[in-house]
Design a protein around this ligand. Structure first.
Ligand code: UGA
Length: 320
């Protein structure tokens, strides 16, 4: 019988790409997703529509906090935990309760259900936002962690929970700290999605701050590859930075967008967003040495692919 993987957040941006890859590798995949309305659930259904015809893909439309996880985990050797309340800038105020439920409680519930099982491994999706604002660049896994956003604090709590289940019960896990993942199916609230859509529609692009902030942008297939490598890894490291090796400013992103779409961009600079750090930059030497991770998609190529995906979605053929 083929290997079984469980993917939480299976209909999300990274989750749907991961399911596709695992099926290609011959896994049976149980995808869990409760289709929250953080963004249009119809968009998530579109992400996985083509997977539903595959008999090896089982979609479970349930909330991790209420469903019977034990049965779903039976026979699984890898659990990829991508379900989360995402978004750095929206995690303030009354919204925080969703971050608490989806990022901390759900992770704890999953860990409880995994505890005591033999031969099962958790791949936890963490975030560069656990580092917070720092002058120590590039960011290394053993640097001081001081999240600047409530979102970052919940992702770090998730890491702590994984570690304490490991320490107490020997649970096998890896935590992947992704650095701003982009590509086709990217969440609509993220920068590239917003910029590309605005460019095609002739809308104004809103830049938070002066645009000189930098991000180590990571193409989605590289993040997916990291998940697959981490599932196979048998060494002793548990936390890995996963960066695309494309650290540029937001202004540079706009230049590339202008070049690739041939559009004049309407840009408005607004206030810096609370919770947003100025810079991220991943030191990926640990992932390289231990996992054999090496990002393969350059920013120009990856942006081209996301632009093409949006061009098709938005019905635009004149962008080039
Ligand atoms: C992204 C994801 O949204 C998080 O879920 C993830 O955990 C995080 O990466 C991470 O690396 O850990 P972020 O870096 O804010 O967070 O990603 P984008 O939304 O793509 O923003 C990139 C930059 O563009 C930020 O500096 C942001 O301030 C800026 N931006 C974004 C704008 O100037 N205008 C916008 O309309 C959107």
């Amino acid at each position: 019988m083929s290997k079984k993987a469980v993917v939480t957040g299976a209909a999300g941006f990274i989750g749907s790409h991961l399911c596709e890859r695992l099926l290609r590798e011959g896994y049976r995949v149980t995808g869990i997703d409760c289709f929250t309305d953080y963004y249009d659930p119809a968009r998530k259904r579109e992400h996985i529509r083509f997977l539903l015809g595959d008999q090896r893909f089982n979609l479970v439309e349930e909330n991790i906090n209420t469903c019977d996880l034990r049965g779903l985990l039976d026979g699984a050797e890898s659990v990829f935990h991508l379900a989360a309340q995402a978004g750095v800038r929206r995690s303030w105020g009354s919204e925080f309760t969703h971050y608490l439920d989806s990022n901390i409680l759900a992770t704890q519930r999953l860990l409880e259900a995994m505890r005591g099982r033999e031969g099962i491994r958790l791949i936890y999706s963490s975030s560069s936002s656990v580092y917070g604002e720092t002058r120590e660049l590039p960011m290394r896994e053993d640097h001081r962690l001081r999240p600047l956003s409530p979102y970052g604090a919940t992702k770090l709590s998730g890491e702590h929970l994984c570690e304490l289940y490991h320490a107490n019960f020997g649970l096998s896990y890896a935590a992947l700290r992704y650095f701003t993942v982009y590509g086709p199916r990217q969440r609509p609230d993220m920068a590239f999605s917003r910029f590309i859509t605005a460019a095609f529609r002739g809308d104004t692009i809103e830049i938070y701050g002066d645009g000189k902030q930098t991000r180590d942008f990571t193409f989605v297939s590289d993040a997916v590859e990291a998940n697959c490598l981490a599932a196979r890894y048998a060494g002793s490291e548990r936390i890995f930075n996963i960066g695309g090796g494309s650290r540029v400013s937001v202004l540079k992103v706009l230049d590339i967008l202008r070049g690739q779409t041939g559009r004049e961009l309407r840009i408005e600079f607004t206030e810096r967003a609370r919770g947003d750090v100025l810079d991220t930059w991943a030191d990926t030497s640990r992932a390289r040495t231990e996992l054999g991770f090496s990002p393969s998609i350059s920013l120009e190529e990856g942006m081209g692919r996301e632009i093409d995906w949006y061009r098709e979605r938005l019905g635009d053929s004149s962008g080039r």
